[in-house]
Design a binder for this molecule. Structure first.
Ligand SMILES: Cc1ncc(COP(=O)(O)O)c(C=O)c1O
Length: 443
């Protein structure tokens, strides 16, 4: 007789107190934060922490230049503005990503176009990329989703063939590698987020890297109101030469990110070890599909995704309902599980209604006035849609959590999969704690 599941009144496998928090704060963080407080310098484009972070991140990621920004979203928009995206241009990105990979195009009056994903890696499927390219296409934004590098070789080859820029969205993939190269350093520009939950947290913030001096200079202008800098005094001369924004970062987030960078590789290694352990054990459970990492990639597991397959588990159940039932049962066993994106990005309301600037359909109307139609069909991205129906994120694989916690996760999975009928009986239970309907938010 299988053990009673926690969702049915049994004892949970683990407690919330078994989880340790992210980010990890050590004396390195305190020392650098104190340096800022003692210096009295809190901000500035050439302030010491910001400048040091730019130097250290460029060196770490193998790029010539780095600029800090106020967020990953700002870095993405800055990249599109720097490469010269303009009204009516099209920008291609992945259907399974965070909104900012696409909204950065709208912020530049360009139109986002989505490509479906590879069913094993959940990254943009390069075999579907060329069909999305036309004479309006200017940029491809591959996203290294959840810490796994996108398949950059074919993407770069297609970009070269069509003379397109590549802006890497590496916001979730600090330290990940593709064929030995750090992500972000492969395309024309690489962008990163320093948000609290990311592998390299600074509270909030972003990073923009490039090898191209022209793009660096453009980025610098765009980051600070488009203001020109006097060559001799290195001071702003309050004469904007181009359209810019206020996308600078500050000293406290930069100091925090620098201290976190000292530990990035070691903490990524913990994620990888935890993920490898989970993958090795969860693969043994029919119906559980752990994440796949191609041999040419170093995955840094910003998130650890699992998918569920009811047929492989021997259950006759609609896949989405099966995922919900298993997710609820695992949650009740004490696991922090739940969805991140619940639908492909093009299925979100903004793309269905095409509500842009001032409540109009601008910038889509720029091309629609010329007879070009934009429809983001919710069934046009079947692989991303199927993923969104069937995946959940297993939270807590970050350091300092280790194999002891992973063993409890495996125990919870084994317990639930030993009695799926019990789990399915509770598929309709109202157990979601958050007003957002999520079991647990990744941020
Ligand atoms: C894939 C991706 N792109 C861009 C961003 C935007 O980064 P930020 O939140 O720092 O603006 C995020 C943040 O979650 C992200 O996950």
């Amino acid at each position: 007789m299988a053990e009673k599941l926690a969702i049915d009144g049994g004892t949970p496998v683990l407690q919330r107190s078994d989880y340790k928090n992210w980010p990890i704060i050590t004396d390195d963080d305190r020392r650098l934060i104190n340096e800022v407080l003692d210096s009295g310098i809190m901000a500035g484009g050439t302030a010491p922490q910001v400048t040091a972070l730019e130097r250290e991140w460029a060196e770490y990621s193998g790029a010539r230049y780095c600029l800090t920004t106020g967020s990953g979203t700002a870095a993405l928009h800055m990249a599109l503005a720097a490469v010269g995206v303009g009204p009516g241009d099209e920008v291609i990105t992945s259907a399974f990503t965070f909104l900012a990979s696409a909204s950065c195009a709208l912020h530049q009056n360009a139109v986002p176009v989505f490509v479906d994903i590879d069913p094993r890696t959940y990254n943009m499927d390069p075999s579907k990329l060329e069909a999305a390219i036309n004479e309006r296409t200017k940029v491809i934004i591959p996203v290294h989703i959840q810490g796994l590098p996108a398949d950059m070789d074919p993407i770069m080859e297609i970009a070269r063939k069509h003379d397109l820029f590549v802006v890497e969205d590496a916001c979730q993939a600090h330290g990940a590698e593709y064929r030995g190269n750090k992500v972000g350093s492969i395309g024309n520009v690489g962008t990163f987020s320093l948000n609290n939950f990311k592998n390299l947290p600074g509270g909030e913030g972003g990073l923009f890297i490039t090898d191209d001096k022209v793009l660096l200079n453009k980025g610098m202008l765009i980051r600070c109101f488009g203001d020109e800098i006097d060559e001799v005094s290195h001071r702003r001369i309050y004469n904007a030469s181009i359209l810019g924004y206020m996308y600078r970062n500050q000293e406290l987030p930069a100091a925090l990110a620098r201290a976190q960078l000292m530990h990035l590789d070691e903490r990524n290694n913990t994620r990888i070890a935890n993920a490898n352990f989970l993958t090795q054990e969860l693969t043994k459970i029919p119906g559980v599909i752990p994440p796949y990492c191609p041999p040419e990639c170093k995955h840094v597991y910003f998130m650890y995704n699992v998918r569920f397959d009811p047929a492989a588990a021997g259950v006759d159940c609609e896949p989405r309902r099966f995922r919900i039932a298993v997710e609820k049962a695992l949650y009740k066993e004490g696991m922090l599980v739940g969805q991140w994106q619940t639908m492909p990005v093009p299925a979100q309301d903004i793309f269905q209604t095409k509500l842009g600037y001032g409540g109009s359909s601008y910038p889509w109307t720029i091309n629609e006035a010329k007879g070009i139609k934009y429809e983001y069909g919710t069934h046009d991205y079947p692989v991303a849609k199927a993923l969104c129906d069937t995946y959940t994120v297993v939270h807590g694989i970050h350091a300092p959590n280790g194999v002891d916690l992973m063993k409890k996760f495996v125990e919870a999975f084994q317990k639930v999969f030993a009695d799926l009928d019990q789990a399915l009986d509770h598929a309709d239970d109202e157990i979601y704690p958050g007003p957002d309907g999520k079991l647990y938010g990744a941020g």
